[in-house]
Design a protein. Structure first.
Lengths: 217, 259
């Protein structure tokens, strides 16, 4: 019985198992997963929240040509009590706000920095109280009510719906969030892995992604 | 039988030593030193030393009187208290993190604003490392010759004087060993810190957190910090051995005082 090992971005936690429940999933920051693959970890599919890591592996000959399969948008979330009374991303510059973001190198962390720079809000980085290693940790710290605000993907809000408020980021600041997947060359089940990739790219996969709030490329 | 035990010992020792040796073999000593000058590593070292020093001051300051009471008084519920003190020893760090959040989090029992501050790191370290000190301290206070205490009392020393001038100096090496153990455990603290204090360079990112943050990004820096922690821990454990048994053949005297 062959069971695929799927290494996927933390933001895909809910949706990929809804497309196919059979594989073993490991969800984490895309940068960590990519590193594990370069270290020889046995992965059959690598699905990342940014083209950066699949393209990197591809150029090193460590995985097949990456295919884009989903898009996402970055949103700002606050605990539902909104202790810091945040009404727009521009409030993040305020004094004493506890902002939690992704660490550098983690896709959500890089998107967040890009977004703040585009909106000329980089000074809000002084309010960062913690840099998390994947997006779900950002979600958790906000949903717990410990942080005042955090940048996450639109699709992350579903799992904590009633515990957080969501604000859209102005279109001018919205980065392009594109998910890509590829088959690492170390995969011992590359045929089965290709079938999984086809499934994600199929109509059924696309419907599941859309239901979960993802956009399609 | 000797062959069998020898083989088992060889496998065990190799297994235990290999990861440690590998850290040092993977990168040359000069590179290690060079990588430690990376700002992430330097900041993490400062945060680690600062928070560890504060946490251990807290542990010794509050832990010593606690251990003295637990060692010298007999009362109902003493065993329960001793067990409670030892609990963080076996508690998964993630549980410690959840517990600290539930107690000191903004939405927690005491609803403080401690999370994400350096104080949160100090509390996390103190929580997980205190048992190492208190346990050893209780054992050393219990191991004191009762006739010496009694002699001091009959010579007119009050309880404070007995504690400060007799019990404390006699138990000092045991307390030192406990402190070294506690310090070593505190330096390695990871799970409770990342949950309760988060991770931010220069503020809450200790060496252990920095290793985790850097291993995917800059493996050599992570490796260098790992090597530093190995060296620290090795020295601290040597200190424990020295304080507990003296330099002469620590292992021969080990069975008689299995503190």
């Amino acid at each position: 019985m062959k069971v695929l090992a799927i290494f996927a971005a933390a933001s895909l936690t809910g949706v990929l198992p809804s497309i196919d429940r059979a594989p073993k999933f490991q969800f984490a920051g895309s940068d960590q997963l990519a590193f594990q693959i370069t270290q020889g970890a046995h992965a059959d599919v690598f699905a990342a929240a940014s083209p950066k890591y699949p393209e990197q592996l591809y150029s090193q000959g460590l995985c097949s040509k990456p295919a884009a399969f989903a898009t996402n948008t970055v949103v700002l979330i606050m605990p539902s009590a909104n202790p810091a009374h945040i009404r727009s991303v521009y409030d993040l510059k305020g004094h004493g706000i506890k902002l939690v973001i992704g660490a550098k190198g983690v896709p959500i962390g890089d998107y967040t920095r890009k977004l703040l720079a585009k909106l000329r809000l980089s000074s809000a980085l002084k309010n960062v109280v913690s840099e998390e290693d994947d997006v779900k940790l950002v979600v958790a710290k906000v949903a717990l009510g410990e942080a005042d605000a955090g940048f996450v993907y639109r699709t992350d809000v579903k799992s904590v719906g009633n515990r957080v408020l969501r604000i859209a980021v102005p279109a001018a600041g919205q980065p392009t969030v594109r998910y890509e997947l590829c088959i690492p060359t170390t995969s011992q089940h590359s045929k089965l892995a290709a079938a999984f990739v086809r499934e994600v790219l199929s109509n059924r996969g696309r419907t599941a992604l859309r239901t979960a709030g993802f956009g399609l490329p | 039988m000797r062959l069998l035990f020898g083989a088992a010992a060889a496998v065990a020792l190799t297994f235990l030593a290999l990861p440690v040796v590998a850290i040092f073999l993977r990168v040359s000593p000069t590179t290690l030193v060079h990588e430690l000058s990376d700002p992430v590593a330097r900041d993490a070292l400062v945060v680690s030393l600062r928070t560890s020093a504060l946490a251990q001051a807290l542990v010794v300051g509050l832990g010593t009187p606690t251990a003295y009471l637990l060692a010298t008084r007999r009362f109902r519920g003493r065993t329960v208290l001793l067990t409670l003190v030892e609990l963080p020893l076996v508690l998964p760090p993630a549980v410690a993190g959840i517990g600290l959040l539930a107690a000191f989090g903004r939405t927690g029992l005491l609803s403080t604003s401690i999370p994400f501050t350096q104080l949160a790191v100090v509390l996390a370290i103190a929580f997980v490392s205190a048992p190492f000190f208190v346990r050893t301290a209780v054992a050393s206070f219990e191991g004191l010759d009762p006739t010496l205490i009694a002699a001091a009392r009959t010579l007119g020393a009050g309880p404070w004087r007995v504690f400060a001038r007799v019990a404390l100096p006699l138990a000092a090496s045991g307390l030192g060993a406990g402190l070294a153990l506690s310090f070593a455990r505190g330096l390695g603290e990871f799970g409770a810190t990342i949950m309760f204090a988060g991770s931010l360079q220069r503020v809450t990112q200790t060496l252990s957190l920095a290793i985790y943050a850097e291993f995917a990004r800059n493996f050599d820096v992570a490796l260098a910090m790992g090597a530093l922690l190995v060296a620290f821990s090795f020295i601290l454990l040597l200190v424990v051995k020295w304080l507990s048994f003296g330099w002469t053949s620590p292992f021969r005297s080990a069975p008689s005082s299995s503190a």
